[in-house]
Design a protein around this ligand. Structure first.
Ligand SMILES: Cc1ncc(COP(=O)(O)O)c(C=O)c1O
Length: 401
């Protein structure tokens, strides 16, 4: 793990994802028929082992039956969009089409929300997304388009397609004059904290580890905690794969920075090369530390949870979902990192398991202990296999509806 501290900044603006905004999102989402509060698990066995006071894991594997926390953001933002624009207007010629880029989970969530709300959906996928994840998106009637490039190439393709076809760009990442939808997505994510606050005082937590792709999740959680707790906010640590560490690079450069290349990692949901500007503004002022994490720690975290190493009960977590725990395992194992992060026997740590086994094949390979098989089925190997395409022109391949 490489760790940098984020300089303290005064005069912080914000308040995009406040408790009041999260409450509004929770009120809206709790009307959805399949809504239920997800579990908050105490990993007491692991806490004793790592010599910290408490570890709490908010587990999103069962959220809305689609496998990840992304459903919260997609559902709330799409419902809000439709209300805002009165798009239920019966004079519209046909259903609205929304389009987004995704490493798998966000696309699945948007496809699901679109079907619930009567919209069409087209999802652009980077080349390395597994076939299972693509089918999981298609099962909601969405069309998928594979892009011969990484996540950022898929995002660019989405923007072009939205303009060309008159579709609504439905991104979790902001752009110039494009903030309303990403902001609502982040508000939806904050429902997790609102649920946690029902069980435990948020001020009790001393550390929160947050996995980052485009940073919408981490930015939202950091903003909520700062809005709710001010100076009492816990130590906030962002976690990114070594080869897709765009928030880390941005902190080091002190400006929003894109990282290029294949963004190769087993933590597929975090394989993003550019932070959302909206999230970056929040992260740069609210994070205390930024870290990069080797894939092996995510694998270790998945296996630990599967074997009941958290609290005696097996817990199913995907490799991206377990990244926060992977970071805690890594940090707790290293005296220097413990010291820098202030982790000790009084620490109360909050983690988010942001997904269940969203690709059961990859999950089984990891848990069965066959590291090579896991790597073979995971995005990283797919990227290697198709490395020769990397330098070629961006090719688009439409797949079945
Ligand atoms: C399971 C999971 N956790 C965390 C993230 C990171 O979220 P964000 O892209 O908002 O940083 C993702 C993104 O796809 C994800 O799928």
């Amino acid at each position: 793990m490489e760790l940098v501290s984020v300089p303290m900044r005064g005069g912080v603006a914000g308040g995009l994802s406040t408790p009041a905004i999260a409450e509004a999102a929770r009120n809206a989402l709790s009307q959805w028929p399949s809504f239920s509060v997800t579990p908050l698990l105490s990993l007491d066995r692991l806490a004793r082992q790592l010599d910290v006071r408490e570890i709490w894991l908010k587990h999103e594997g069962a959220r809305f039956g689609i496998g990840s926390f992304k459903a919260l953001g997609a559902a709330y933002a799409l419902e809000s969009l439709l209300k805002r624009k009165s798009l239920y207007d019966e004079h519209r010629p046909g259903p609205l089409t929304v389009t987004c880029a995704s490493d798998g989970n966000y696309g699945r969530a948007v496809a699901w929300a679109a079907r619930q709300l009567g919209c069409e959906c087209v999802v652009y996928l980077p080349r390395q997304v597994t076939e299972f994840r693509e089918k999981a998106i298609q099962q909601y009637g969405a069309r998928t388009v594979r892009v011969a490039g990484n996540y950022d190439a898929a995002e660019s393709a989405t923007k072009l397609a939205a303009i060309r076809h008159g579709w609504v760009l439905f991104s979790d990442s902001s752009d110039e004059n494009y903030t309303a939808i990403p902001q609502d997505v982040m508000a939806g994510y904050c429902v997790m904290l609102s649920e946690i606050a029902d069980r435990l005082p948020l001020a009790d937590f001393t550390h929160v580890f947050l996995q980052c792709g485009v940073g919408a999740f981490a930015g939202a959680i950091c903003d909520y905690l700062h809005s709710a707790l001010g100076a009492e906010a816990p130590i906030l640590v962002s976690i990114e794969p070594e080869r897709a560490a765009c928030v880390f690079a941005s902190v080091k450069q002190d400006k929003l920075t894109q990282v290029d290349g294949a963004l190769e990692t087993i933590m597929g949901g975090l394989a993003c090369g550019r932070p959302s500007p909206l999230a970056w503004e929040l992260l740069r002022t609210r994070l205390n530390f930024c870290a990069t994490l080797e894939d092996a720690w995510a694998v270790r975290a998945v296996r630990l949870l599967a074997s009941g190493g958290g609290n005696g009960e097996p817990v199913v977590a995907g490799e991206t979902g377990a990244a926060g725990l992977g970071a805690l395992l890594c940090a707790a194992d290293d005296a220097q990192l413990r010291l820098r992060l202030g982790l000790n026997s009084s620490s109360r740590v909050l983690l988010f398991c942001t997904e269940g086994a969203t690709d059961p094949g990859v999950y089984a390979s990891i848990v069965q202990g066959d590291r090579d098989a896991a790597a073979d089925r995971a995005p990283a190997a797919d990227v290697r296999r198709h490395a020769e395409l990397e330098s070629g022109p961006m090719a688009l391949r439409d797949t079945a509806c």
